[in-house]
Structures are given as structure tokens and as C-alpha cells.
Design a protein around this ligand. Structure first.
Ligand SMILES: [Mg+2]
Length: 319
């Protein structure tokens, strides 16, 4: 069996099946949510990890400080998607033989900037030699508790009839990347949205306080990420395409492609929040659809006709 045959999600399922059976009682959420959730006495820890690899997640178009910022930001985004607060992180870097140390200094400058901005302590890690540069962050955070019950946003927390909302705008990251790859001078804001994503920590925490219990962050593409929510909640979803928020910068750069980029582009690191419409209406988010009986995500145009896409989003192993 080749990794390309089963894809990222097939591989995760297959490997998870090889692990010892039986969840420890402290485990609230394991493989398959944005972070693991682990109870420690009266408190509750969140844990997540993400890696960026040279030529896979970034190339010579990227500046080293941006790579450092982004690897921490994408981990923070998973904490945000649970409605949690970050605590501390560990950083592992793969370093090419005889690589210029100044490049790694620069990477750490961006990483430190992000750590400072979001109040994360970097407390350790590892350095290894590798043929390609890679940087991995493992991040721990904390969830609020109601007694002994953690208050977190789970992928499996949606019910039929819930509204679906997103923070910010979608597709900017894909638009910025496309402009750079085509050798155009990218729009400054789109470029920034690609390289300097801002994890929606405050928004996730506000969602928990408002009583919401379901979210995911947009890392692979709205349709794919919302698909995970549907799968784990046992619901379907309908998204109205004209309601998906798109920035004026993206519309100006890609008037015909903007909507598709917003639905399938990925790496926006906005939050998809699912819950009662009355609750979502009080938050600074845009409602884009609702959950329904059934399974899968359907996108409807202005006339109510279904829109089809070649791919719902990113799979790390299928390219
Ligand atoms: Mg995530």
C-alpha cells in the first residue's frame, strides 16, 4: 500500500489502530480533534504538534522570520480551535549540514515575535541534522473547566439545525501564495495572511464563554475541515457560497476564483464555529450555512443549485 493510495487521513487511522487499546481515564479527547485534551487533577491540558518542511511547506519565496512565525501560529490555531489558552512549547529543528546559522537566527526571530505576541513560553526542544530544513513545534495549552468538566470546542459537538459561522475572511492565504508562485508582486495583505497568520485565540475563548461547544480551524480548506466536523458529529452541512466572507483584496486579485479559493484554499487559520444561531449572532462572525440530517458538505449557489469542486482541500500525502 502506498501513502498516496490512502492519503493523510487514511494513514492516521491505520497507525492509530496499531496503538495500545483502551483510553486512560484522564484522556478527554485523543487523535482526531484539533488538540488532545487531558485532565490533570482540577485542570485540563491541551496538546498539539505541527511541522513545516523545506520545499514542502515553504520554499525560497519565504523569509526565515515568516517561517518561524508561521510554525508557532499554526500550532496556536489548534489551541484556538479548542477555545483554549496556550501555555508553553517545544521546538525541534532539522538543520542542513553547513547551513548558515544566520538563517536559523532569522527563523527564531519570527518565532520569538509570535511567542511574545501570544504569551507562549518556549521551554525546550531538539536540534537534528537533516537533508531539508524542518521545524516542529509541540504546544501545550489549557482549557477552562466547569467543575471537573473541560469547556472545549470539539469537532464532534455539532447538532442538526445548528448554524455554521466563520471568523474573518477566507481564501486570502491561497490568493497570496498563488500570486507569489506566479511571480507577481503579491498584494501586501494577502502575502501577510499567508506568511503571518493570526491565530484566533480570543475568538475561540469568547466562543467557549458564549456556550459554544463545536469548532475547527481552517488549515486544509473550509470544505475539508467542515467535513471533519460533519463526520465526527454525524451531521451534514449546507454552505451558501455567496455568504462566505471574502476580502476586497482577494476579490480584486482573483474576481472569478475568489469564492473557490475561500472554500478550498486552506491555511487561513480562521475558525469555523458551529452552534445555535442565536449564540453565533452575538459573536463577531459570519454565518455561512447550517447543519442538516445526513452527511457531507454541500455548497449551494444563489439559485440553490449545488456547486461542485474538484477537491475539497489539502491532503498532505495525496499530491
Ligand atoms: Mg486544526
Amino acid at each position: 500500500v502506498k501513502t498516496t493510495d490512502i492519503g493523510e487521513f487514511g494513514l492516521i487511522e491505520r497507525l492509530a489502530a496499531l496503538l495500545p487499546k483502551g483510553a486512560p481515564p484522564e484522556l478527554v479527547a485523543g487523535i482526531g480533534d484539533d488538540t488532545a485534551v487531558w485532565r490533570v487533577g482540577e485542570r485540563c491540558l491541551l496538546a498539539t504538534t505541527d511541522t513545516m518542511v523545506e520545499d514542502e511547506h515553504f520554499d525560497e519565496l519565504a523569509e526565515w522570520p515568516d517561517v518561524g512565525w508561521k510554525i508557532l501560529a499554526v500550532n496556536l490555531s489548534d489551541i484556538a480551535a479548542m477555545g483554549g489558552t496556550p501555555l508553553f512549547g517545544l521546538v525541534t529543528i532539522g538543520v542542513r549540514p553547513k547551513m548558515r546559522v544566520e538563517a536559523l537566527d532569522a527563523l527564531y526571530t519570527g518565532l520569538a515575535e509570535c511567542a511574545e505576541r501570544y504569551g507562549v513560553a518556549i521551554v525546550g526542544g531538539d536540534v537534528v541534522r537533516a537533508r531539508q530544513v524542518s521545524v516542529t513545534v509541540a504546544l501545550l495549552g489549557e482549557a477552562r473547566m466547569a467543575g471537573r468538566r473541560p469547556l472545549v470546542l470539539r469537532r464532534g459537538g455539532a447538532k442538526v439545525g445548528d448554524a455554521i459561522a466563520v471568523t474573518g475572511t477566507l481564501g486570502d492565504s491561497a490568493g497570496g501564495l498563488r500570486q507569489m508562485q506566479q511571480g507577481e508582486a503579491p498584494d501586501k495583505r494577502l502575502r501577510r495572511r499567508h506568511y503571518r497568520p493570526e491565530p484566533r485565540l480570543a475568538e475561540g475563548q469568547a466562543a467557549v464563554r458564549a456556550g459554544l461547544r463545536c469548532a475547527i480551524d481552517v488549515s486544509d480548506g473550509l470544505l475539508q475541515d467542515l467535513g471533519h466536523v460533519c463526520e465526527q458529529s454525524g451531521v451534514g452541512a449546507v454552505v451558501r457560497w455567496e455568504d462566505v466572507p471574502v476580502s476586497k483584496e482577494l476579490l480584486a486579485a482573483y474576481p472569478r476564483k475568489a469564492a473557490e479559493m475561500a472554500l478550498t484554499g486552506g491555511e487561513d487559520y480562521e475558525l469555523v464555529l458551529v452552534g445555535r444561531r442565536a449564540v453565533l449572532s452575538r459573536l463577531p462572525v459570519t454565518i455561512i450555512g447550517e447543519t442538516v440530517e445526513g452527511s457531507g458538505v454541500r455548497v449551494l449557489d444563489l439559485d440553490g443549485a449545488e456547486v461542485e469542486f474538484a477537491s475539497p482541500g489539502w491532503d498532505a500525502l495525496r499530491l
